[in-house]
Design a binder for this molecule. Structure first.
Ligand code: DX5
Ligand code: ZN
Length: 230
């Protein structure tokens, strides 16, 4: 299993570009700048049209993308019954398998299965799901991801209420002694990122703030600098 806390103790500022915003007609070129950049993880959004009202890409695409990078893959499954795909995600070489709390009836078991497969377990909460739903498993997870938009689409407006939620999650992690990193997904840009950093975020997923920009490598650098808590 990979080490997620690469910056030692304390708060992190890891950037995980979301491939959903990429030009799919030219993935090779998109992966080229990604590999050259200071991006830490690659965020891969899988949607099934059931758990969320959209469909993105599946394993045939992911297998090709996985061969184009050595950086950790952060696979965000916006699907029902994600536990059915633990071994397929592992076979991609993914470092982090990310499941929604709302999609897992037996979340504790699913986290165990992800760990047994040699991956880090991330659990995501939709905007309407309270942080308190993680109270019993917070010490078993490696990453908690908060959706800061409703899942399913890129380039949506950041939900302001998320800042309070990040602070509540930071409190829970501190109180319980959990080692979990806090990740956020949706509406992350140069304006929202420093505010999220101040609230206690470690990992920043960003799609439309990076892809399609004239210099995405410089955008990653700028975002990372803005998120550093000094
Ligand atoms: C939304 C996805 C996000 C999305 C973020 O359902 O989970 O990862 O790509 O896109 P931006 O950064 O454009 O809000
Ligand atoms: Zn995502």
């Amino acid at each position: 299993m990979i080490e997620l806390r690469t910056q030692g103790a304390g708060q992190h500022s890891l950037i995980s570009p979301s491939l959903l915003a990429a030009n799919f007609a030219n993935l090779q070129l998109e992966m080229e700048w990604f590999n050259r950049s200071e991006a830490d993880w690659l965020h891969l959004d899988v949607m099934d049209g059931v758990f969320v009202p959209n469909i993105s890409f599946g394993f045939p695409v992911l297998e090709h993308v996985a061969r184009l990078t050595q950086k950790p893959l952060d696979v965000h499954l916006m699907i029902v019954q994600p536990e059915k795909f633990v071994s397929q995600v592992r076979d991609l070489g993914a470092a982090i398998m990310n499941v929604h709390q709302e999609a897992c009836v037996h979340l504790h078991r699913t986290i165990q299965q992800i760990h047994e497969a040699g991956m880090r377990a991330a659990v995501t909460l939709n905007p309407s799901t309270p942080v308190s739903t993680l109270e019993e498993i917070i010490c078993d997870v490696d990453v908690v991801m908060l959706m800061t938009v409703n899942p399913g689409f890129g380039a949506q407006k950041f939900i302001e209420h998320s800042l309070d939620k990040v602070r509540r999650l930071r409190e829970l992690i501190t109180r319980t002694g959990s080692q979990a990193l806090i990740e956020v997904d949706g509406g992350v840009n140069r304006t929202t990122a420093p505010r999220l950093a101040a609230a206690g975020v470690d990992v920043y997923v960003a799609g439309s703030a990076l892809y399609g920009k004239p210099d995405p490598v410089a955008e990653v650098h700028a975002l990372k600098q803005l998120c550093l808590i000094r």
